[in-house]
Design a protein around this ligand. Structure first.
Ligand code: NAD
Length: 428
């Protein structure tokens, strides 16, 4: 029997706890279980960078490839001061299960650099990105490992990775990263894909819940790629966004925020130089609340779209939402997850709810390799089919086994990867 981890806030232990519970359920062979539990490969690198002040500074970077049984590894790169190997290990494993749930031919990986992109100049960010890419490049490639953006990185970061890799292999290699600018082989719809997938997952979950209206009040934590775009798309679909937060503060309006205005304000400030960057606590004319309170606000749906470990044993009892859709990776600790389940709060787990991003990253990789690009409506239609189909499979697995959606998602994912592993057999 798997037990919840002693250290509630260690994401790798939380990921392993969920893995073990599903492996127990599947009665997975002990050897296969051990292979799937461990990362296939881990790289820790030193990244020396010449800073704008003329001094040399060494950053630490990681790339963890959790599993490539079903195809090349896929997973984002995070630039954040709190990045460490345990976090990257957890994020890499979640990518393996996520790709399996939406049934795309990838394994899981994740990368990270310990740095604070908010205090670095564009030149410093470019030099970090290029040196990190050059250092880990032996394990990258369109058929090996394909990075994408995550917290603290964006399409410009992906363009630098693509260029650095291409200069080394002496050809333009667009398929080595996804989440690129459109002008470099990016896919239409990729920027919005995670938020769109989140909105679709929420809609599908609502259909299965008795007594829930089809138009709901949503609180969204995180105002980045996932949170801000997810909130805007939900708003456009007729839902009421009652609160939105970032790392500094939260804005709250029980009558519903004007998400078009909020996103416009966020987009404008996103292009400001780093020292002029604004946060939601300076958003004009709205009620401000402390960012922690967002999770406890009166709403029907809570969408944590920021970072790990936000819903934990210390605040889980105060959560009022009946449905949680996890835009972020690992926002709920295992202890809190158990408490939510006991209270009958439905959780659409991260590895399903935020799989829209990797799904359209897969479409981008396919388009790059074909050299033929789809209209945005086609991308969105294919994304819709993937998320709806995956939700239905996870929901059916949950009903059949009388387990939560999270447990069902892990059961489905582990079963797919384990079956592929057994079919390949062991190269000795
Ligand atoms: P981002 O850097 O664009 O945005 C992160 C947002 O979270 C920012 O608004 C930041 O201010 C806010 N934030 C940070 N700490 C916070 C806190 N304590 N309280 C409230 N807000 C806080 O990052 P993103 O790409 O939107 O990623 C967010 C999450 O979604 C991460 O867990 C990431 O791994 C996951 N995710 C991202 C994608 C993608 O396509 N970008 C896909 C799948 C999953």
């Amino acid at each position: 029997m798997s037990t919840a981890p002693q250290d509630e806030f260690n994401p790798r232990l939380n990921a392993e706890y969920q893995f073990n519970a599903a492996a127990d359920h599947l009665q997975l062979d002990a050897g296969v279980r051990e292979v799937l539990r461990r990362p296939d490969r881990e790289m820790t690198v030193t990244i020396p960078v010449l800073m704008d002040n003329g001094k040399l500074h060494c950053f630490t970077g990681y790339r963890v490839q959790h599993n490539f049984t079903r195809g090349p590894c896929k997973g984002g790169i995070r630039f954040d001061l709190k990045v460490d190997l345990e976090e990257v290990r957890a994020l890499a494993a979640w990518m393996t299960w996520k790709c399996a749930i939406v049934d795309i031919p990838f394994g899981g990986a994740k990368g990270g650099v310990e740095c604070d992109p908010k205090v670095l100049s564009t030149g410093e960010l470019e030099r970090i990105t290029r040196r990190y890419t050059a250092t880990i490049m032996d394990i990258l490639g369109p058929d090996r490992d394909v990075p994408a953006p995550d917290v603290g990185t964006n399409d410009q970061t992906m363009a630098w990775i693509m260029d650095t890799y291409s200069m080394h292999v002496r050809q333009a290699s667009t398929a080595v990263v996804t989440g690129k600018p459109l002008a470099l082989g990016g896919s239409k719809g990729r920027r919005e894909a995670t938020g769109r997938g989140l909105m679709i997952a929420m809609r599908e979950a609502l259909k299965t819940m008795k007594g829930m209206p089809d138009k709901v009040r949503v609180a969204v934590q995180g105002a980045g790629n996932v949170g801000a775009i997810g909130a805007l798309l939900m708003h456009q679909a007729g839902h009421k966004i009652v609160a939105l937060s970032d790392e500094r503060g939260a804005i709250h309006d029980p009558k519903g925020l004007d998400l078009v205005a909020v996103t416009k304000w966020l987009d404008d400030q996103g292009r400001q130089p780093k020292d002029k960057r604004k946060f939601l606590d300076s958003y004009p004319a709205t009620q401000l609340v402390p960012k922690e309170k967002l999770l406890e606000i009166d709403c029907d749906v809570l969408a944590p779209c920021a970072i790990e470990n936000q819903i934990h044993s210390g605040n889980v009892e105060r959560i009022k939402a009946r449905l949680i859709v996890e835009g972020a990776n690992g926002p709920t600790t295992s202890l809190a997850d158990k408490a939510l389940d006991e209270r009958g709060i439905v959780v659409v787990p991260d590895i399903l709810a935020n799989a829209g991003g990797v799904t359209v990253s897969y479409f981008e990789w396919v388009q790059d390799r074909m050299g033929y690009f789809w209209p945005e409506a086609e991308v969105n239609q294919r994304l819709e089919e993937k998320i709806v189909g995956s939700f239905e499979e996870v929901h059916a697995t949950a009903k059949k086994n009388n387990v939560s959606l999270r447990r069902a998602a892990y059961i489905l994912a582990l079963d797919r990867v384990a079956s592929a592993y057994k079919l390949r057999g062991l190269f000795a």
